[in-house]
Write a protein that binds this ligand. Structure first.
Ligand code: GAR
Length: 220
């Protein structure tokens, strides 16, 4: 069997994206193996879900540290202790400093609830509704020091419907996130998509398949 990339998932909350990544990685043919779930908040609901799935978990509580660097050094130490090769941010709501990000070139993924570069930052669904966009969605990208600005691996789009509220729109986007993130992780962990000169390069076989685009998402 080919070697599977040792992957950590970082969360701050309920961890529904974490859960679908764990599910996908249960298959022995999936190119990533989840070896650690880490949270920066002790009350992150996803910690219990990960433990129930039989995975090692750790809480590196950012409040227990004097500053961002000390927190990130502790997080980095956990990742090294578990010999992690790839990190997936999944609802991880702490901005990471260049010190941390530069330790994971081409090895740090995030999922963001908008079609980047639209709506970087917070409250993406409220802002999409306020702008009156007709399409919204989610993006998996490599993390760079500029917030939500890294090279894009995969995107999934959903319609914005008449009468949508931030909650109904968030729920529709989340269904896409749950399909998109495992696909994007597989692309990166298998080496089919990689960071090269600040862009995402696809292997020739993958480029012919046009991966990383998710339209007509599954229904609710
Ligand atoms: C997801 O919608 C994710 O895209 C978003 O937080 C939610 C986490 O849900 N991430 C961000 O906003 C990152 N800035 P989950 O804990 O159920 O996966």
């Amino acid at each position: 069997m080919t070697r599977r990339l040792r992957t950590a998932i970082l969360i701050s909350g309920r961890g529904s994206n974490m859960t679908v990544l764990i599910e996908a990685a249960r298959s022995p043919s999936f190119p990533a193996e989840i070896v650690l779930v880490a949270a920066n908040r002790p009350d992150a609901g996803g910690l219990a879900r990960a433990a129930a799935a039989g995975l090692p978990t750790v809480c590196v509580d950012h409040k227990a540290f004097g500053g961002r660097e000390a927190f990130e050094q502790a997080l980095q130490a956990e990742l090294e202790r578990h010999r992690v090769g790839l990190v997936c941010l999944a609802g991880f709501m702490r901005v990471l400093t260049p010190w941390f990000i530069e330790r994971w070139p081409g090895r740090l993924l995030n999922i963001h609830p908008s079609l980047l570069p639209s709506f970087r930052g917070l409250h993406t669904h409220e802002r999409a509704l306020a702008e009156g966009v007709r399409l919204h969605g989610a993006t998996v990208h490599f993390v760079v020091p500029e917030l939500d600005a890294g090279p894009i691996v995969a995107q999934g789009a959903v319609p914005v419907l008449e009468g949508d509220t931030p909650d109904t729109l968030a729920a529709r986007v989340l269904t896409v996130e749950h399909v998109l993130y495992p696909q994007a992780l597989a692309l990166v962990a298998s080496g089919s998509a990689m960071l090269a000169n600040g862009r995402v390069a696809l292997t020739q076989a993958q480029a012919a398949d046009a991966p990383g685009m998710l339209l007509n998402p599954p229904g609710p």
